[in-house]
Write a protein of this length. Sequence first.
Length: 387
Amino acid sequence: MTSRNEVFYRKWRPQRFDEVAGQDHVTHTLRQALRTNRVAHAYLLCGPRGTGKTSTARILAKALNCLEPRDGEPCGACENCVAVNENRMLDLIEIDAASNRGIDNIRDLRDKARFAPGSGAYKVYVIDEVHQLSGDAFNALLKTLEEPPPHVIFVLATTETHRVPATILSRCQRFDFRRLTNDVVVDKLAEIAGEEDIDTDEEVLSLIARTAYGSLRDAENLLEQLAVSYGSQVNIDQALELLGLGDEESSMELAIAALKSGPKEALEIINREAAKGSDLARLRSGTVDVLRAGLLVKAGVEDALGQSQEALDAMTEAGRGVSLEKLLRIVSELEKADFRQNPSSPLPLEIALLNAMTEQPVVAVAPAIAAPAAPMQSQRPVAPAGP
């Protein structure tokens, strides 16, 4: 049961494997393992944030302890399933490794893991952001993974697999979660908007999906933010304003100026947007997204670009006669624009575009290091040597 006051990403969290969006390669394998009773003692779920790792771990815990499982899915109605849904299942232990990263935390886990489960068949430990554990904590966890109690299942989740020791990786079944396509995110947002009586259109949902960059959780948060601000009707102008995005036309205009026009036109656009108070970091990001679409079109890729057909047509036209090398150089220089020191200053964007549009960089990447000066010779007269 969910509360009307729950945030969207919790309220609309998937409760079954077939509700997990865009990760069929993961959910199919887990369901098959449950059907055939071939569940591993440890799983590693890795991938970008907001793609369903923790939700999948909770569904796995629910299916393992379900009193009436059906074809590898939890029934959702038994006491154990309801307990998981209501966050009161004692045999599901969720640990945030960012705040429980020390060896003492893992030793405590090992001590408690020896005890039999309460109402379920398994105790399921879900360790989120497992890469945050200290080296000693990983060593302590390794001992448990080497000889796990038969009633314990570990599910480790991470966004940074490269920081997990190889000794841990080798003892887990690994599943890589994919960044969701815009179409998948838009479909899910449309479903939520319908259930929440939010009147909006595909243009708004597509903008949210592109902004979330493959994270369904981020997209759900953005949709909720719009609904809270504007009520049951949300249009594209409201979405552009609230999400802090520069006008998409400005990003397109700047991209075309960088490709086809001279530095003067590009600098005029940047300063016009700065005078309007636009978020210049967002303008940079939007311009990079447009140019990325141009790169992919240039390379012959036209599917799942995350851009409107109008934008793709404009970039196709603007890119005629422009070399792939020039496109790459512009994107590379824009990525270097750093707004951390002064987010409202147009200077980083101006320098990036000038570097991209001239043969020789206006500003070197790193200043030259001068050779050390020769030591000054003493001006005092030297006494003559004695006889």
